[in-house]
Design a protein around this ligand. Structure first.
Ligand SMILES: NC(=O)c1ccc[n+]([C@@H]2O[C@H](COP(=O)([O-])OP(=O)(O)OC[C@H]3O[C@@H](n4cnc5c(N)ncnc54)[C@H](O)[C@@H]3O)[C@@H](O)[C@H]2O)c1
Length: 376
């Protein structure tokens, strides 16, 4: 390392001046293209995930939140404090009629088709929260609707595609480090969360496979990296911690197995009742080796030893563990629209994931393996 008083190499100066010139020119044209407000964003839904997205958008460069829609009065008040300049709406139709560029849809799953279709009709790019719909036909209807508007960008949000651990794994798989892929085993474990909110949420969620394990299905599709055809699904599970879920044909502890035409296997585990907190992970096996992504649910690399034993600091929630990934996915959406940078979103995978999740739900309810037919 040179002493700090050493004169700078002239090449470093030239490079710095050029880089400054290039960066400011790029920023100037990006600003002129995007306008002084950058990308004007409207957020539909300001509940659990909508609020996280609004918080992230507020600190995202080249983005302005101009409108928010929520039917919950307490959320209207909370959003008003977070983004005082945004116009707050109570009904979706007047919200979507407003002039902005991109809508982030964080409303209940059963409303996604209606809200995506209306957004496209008013000329807006769309980022829709997972899942695309509560069942396969609705999810494919969203996909078909998006195809009708080739100039508009439509994405379904799956934060794990934007988490560094999964991105690193996908890169190594793509580079052939694991040889031919044999299987992907993926899990989502959420902390036990007894609440009235949760009971109500379950009713419109589409069930554990469509609502939660969909993240794992998407991880598998992302890591397979090719357009694979699923042929059969088998599921099992129980509702020991939340017996009330049985009324909606749902469980809180779910296992799923999906076979593909190519012979690849997807193994899934979803759990909503963990006493030890959150843990999302995946293991991908190939003919040359295997990779485990997020094998340990550590939020911080801190190990605590006390009379109760050895512990590590874990994440309390999905949001906490994936906060950077949530920020990254919105930045990817922004860059896709403003700069035409190809993102990791895959709308066909998002619809395919709901087909697979629906087949698993059917298998769970019928207590037998089901063939995946009528696949797009
Ligand atoms: N990516 C993730 O990890 C993640 C996490 C949580 C939820 N989600 C998804 O996000 C969606 C919302 O889930 P949530 O947990 O935030 O739900 P939530 O119940 O907390 O919030 C729902 C929001 O939708 C609004 N809303 C309801 N009906 C409306 C209507 N008719 N018009 C306009 N707004 C309406 C409500 O005002 C509320 O703000 C679901 O599809 C869910 O699957 C994704």
């Amino acid at each position: 390392m040179p002493p700090s008083s050493a004169p700078l190499d002239s090449r470093v100066w030239i490079r710095s001046v050029f880089s400054l010139y290039y960066t400011s020119t790029y920023q100037f044209f990006a600003m002129v293209y995007a306008g002084p407000q950058g990308l004007r964003v409207g957020v539909a839904g300001a509940g659990r995930v909508g609020h996280v997205h609004i918080e992230n958008l507020v600190e995202t460069p080249r983005v302005t939140v101009v409108a928010v829609c929520t039917v919950v009065p307490a959320e209207q008040e909370r959003v008003g404090k977070l983004v005082p300049s945004a116009k707050i709406f109570r009904d979706f139709d007047s919200f979507i009629a407003t002039d902005f560029d991109l809508v982030i849809i964080c409303t209940p799953t059963t409303l996604h088709y209606e809200h995506v279709a209306k957004a496209l009709k008013t000329g807006k790019h769309v980022f829709c929260e997972k899942p695309l719909g509560p069942d396969a036909s609705t999810a494919w209807a969203v996909y078909e609707e998006a195809l009708k508007y080739p100039s508009l960008k439509v994405a379904c949000g799956f934060p794990r595609r934007f988490a560094s651990t999964f991105q690193e794994t996908a890169l190594r798989v793509k580079n052939g480090e694991l040889g031919e892929i044999i299987s992907v085993r993926s899990q989502s474990i959420d902390p036990y969360m007894p609440s009235e909110f949760f009971d109500n949420y379950i009713k419109t969620s589409g069930g554990i496979f469509v609502d939660m394990t969909i993240h794992d299905i998407d991880v598998c599709l992302y890591l397979f990296g090719t357009d694979e055809r699923p042929i059969r699904a088998y599921a099992s599970g129980s509702a020991k911690m939340f017996p009330q879920f049985a009324a909606w044909g749902d469980v809180d502890d779910a296992f799923g197995l999906v076979e593909f035409e190519s012979g690849k296997v997807m193994a899934l585990y979803g759990n909503r009742d963990s006493m030890q907190g959150h843990h999302a992970m995946a293991e991908i096996a190939g003919t040359k080796g295997r990779i485990i992504a997020q094998g340990h649910p550590h939020l911080l690399d801190v190990q605590i030893t006390d009379p109760t034993g050895v512990r590590t600091v874990g994440a309390n929630s999905h949001m906490e563990l994936f906060i950077t990934a949530f920020k990254n996915e919105l930045r990817a959406m922004r860059d896709w629209i403003l700069d035409d940078v190809e993102p990791a979103f895959n709308l066909k995978d998002a619809a395919k994931a709901v087909t697979i999740a629906s087949a698993l739900t059917k298998s769970l309810r019928q207590n037998q393996a089901v063939d995946i037919v009528n696949f797009y």
